[in-house]
Design a protein around this ligand. Structure first.
Ligand code: URP
Ligand code: ZN
Ligand code: ZN
Length: 479
């Protein structure tokens, strides 16, 4: 089926245009004023008057199928991508989870191809995950980038597979040679271990202590360290995932003033939820019989911060210091989260959110006049596509690009609720939040896969996308 969208406002990161748009065989074939209905019964006409049409959302931070050691996340590549599609996302780049200790990058990749094949309903790719460094890992990075289409890699400075500084330098240097982007989860592992032991030894194990054991300084220190290590590695471009605090943001701003290619991502949870959630007992959205349950819903790393940091992050979004908004979707059910009733240290880290990003940023960003509609498109679609080698196939409305399109009705009011969500988690972190504007149609490579909140797509429609290495233009910072 092909689609003719009439009377639309087509929005890109740099332009907005009133025009019609015709798709053919999954591609945008034509954009022009007043396109006549082709002599062809396989075209569905959509009247998009009063609506925005944006390039499909690109979420470059999800964790589907991930095993975090104490639990397996509840969304796989079917449920997770259905949820993404229903929220206006048409491409994800998932962070591959850990294989057995010592496993190769190619082994991880094979597992993830198996997880996603025949299940994904939207297009996808994966970031490599560096679990350890040795000669063979450094060697196989080349074929991952040049043959497998994996042009970004993630490293962790905390958790079980953390790298030390010499390993980080080795990874940065090699990935820089290969024009691959290094993504980093920055938290100071030693500081967290020290604070956690101290807090637990005092008998404090409620959800709020998860946040207090990982204060903003732990994250900011690791952001600053990564910026310096990237310089030492010959000005390697880096991508900071899930930035949650204003101190680290300031370090990034300073790096930009020196022209350093440091790209920062934040997430809707850090822009719209705060640390009070850990003390909350409001129990919105479900009956509960334990005082920790409401707080356990928000156990993630880094944790939610106070309003100071939230305001700083919005400032960073508005002034361009923050390049992208992704979700870090890592969903668990409440039954899984209940492990934290015995102490926050037992609660699996992560929250659902892949369905909420595109509508939430539209409502909180565009409708509240914090960002323009074009800047919004840049944050949720164009810039992530550019940084991760998907552009101009993704992240752009133009003739020849993939027909991945989302139609947003700015008049539609939605109160977020678990009842409306399509993933497998049984809670919504944004329960009760009122949004102004919502996606009403999602189109993936020319197929209408969501209409008015109803999923109409098929498993296996999603294709693996070979990603290109980092574009030369992103080797140095410019807005
Ligand atoms: O708590 C989180 N964010 N879980 C997912 C893994 C990660 O750190 O990104
Ligand atoms: Zn992380
Ligand atoms: Zn993550």
């Amino acid at each position: 089926m092909n689609v003719l969208i009439k009377n639309a406002t087509l929005v890109n990161a740099d332009t907005s245009e009133r025009a019609d748009l015709l798709t053919r065989d999954g591609i945008i074939e034509r954009i022009a004023p007043n396109i006549e209905l082709p002599d062809d019964s396989s075209v569905e006409i959509i009247n998009a008057a009063g609506h925005y049409v944006i390039p499909g959302g690109v979420d470059v931070h999800t964790h589907l199928n991930i095993d975090v050691g104490i639990a397996q996340s509840c969304d796989d590549f079917y449920s997770g991508t259905v949820s993404a599609a229903c929220g206006g996302t048409t491409t994800i780049v998932d962070h591959m989870g850990f294989g057995p200790a010592g496993c190769s990058l190619h082994h991880q990749l094979e597992r993830y191809h198996e997880f996603a094949r025949d299940k994904a309903v939207i297009d996808y790719s994966f970031h490599g995950t560096i679990q350890h460094i040795d000669d063979s890992i450094l060697e196989e990075m080349e074929s991952m980038v040049l043959e497998e289409g994996i042009s970004s890699f993630k490293l962790y400075l905390t958790y079980g597979y953390k790298l030390d500084d010499s390993e980080v330098l080795a990874a940065l240097e090699r990935l820089n040679q290969l024009n691959a982007l290094t993504c980093v989860h920055p938290e100071n592992d030693g500081a967290i271990r020290f604070l956690k032991e101290k807090i637990l030894s005092q008998g404090s194990n409620a959800p709020i202590y998860h946040a207090l054991s990982r204060p903003p300084e732990c994250e900011a220190e690791a952001v600053g360290r990564m910026i310096n290590l990237a310089t030492l590695a010959g000005d390697a471009p880096i991508y900071i995932v899930h930035l949650s605090n204003g101190i680290g943001l300031e370090y990034i701003r300073q790096a930009h003033q020196r022209g350093q290619a440091v790209f920062a991502e934040t997430c809707p949870q850090y822009l719209s939820l705060d640390i009070n959630k850990y003390n909350s007992s409001s129990n919105e959205g479900g009956a509960s019989d334990h005082p920790y349950d409401e707080g356990l819903k928000y156990i993630m790393s880094p944790p939610l911060r106070d309003n100071y940091h939230q305001n700083q992050l919005w400032q960073g979004v508005m002034d361009g210091t923050i390049s992208t908004v992704a979700t870090d979707h890592c969903a668990f059910t409440m039954a899984q989260k209940h492990a934290g009733r015995d102490g926050f240290q037992y609660c699996p880290n992560g929250i659902p959110g892949v369905e909420n990003r595109v509508p939430l940023l539209f409502s909180e960003g565009v409708m509240k006049d914090r960002i323009s509609i074009n800047h919004y498109v840049e944050l949720v679609s164009t810039r992530p596509a550019q940084l991760f080698g998907l552009y101009p196939r993704k992240g752009l409305i133009a003739e020849g690009a993939d027909a991945d399109l989302v139609i947003i009705d700015p008049e539609r009011e939605v109160t977020l609720s678990q009842r409306l969500m399509h993933g497998r988690s049984d809670y919504c972190p944004y329960e009760g939040m009122r949004l102004q504007g919502y996606p009403v149609i999602t189109i993936s490579r020319g197929e209408i896969i969501v209409r008015d909140g109803h999923f109409t797509g098929t498993p296996g429609h999603g294709e693996f996308i070979y990603r290109k290495p980092l574009d030369e233009g992103f080797r140095y910072w410019s807005k």
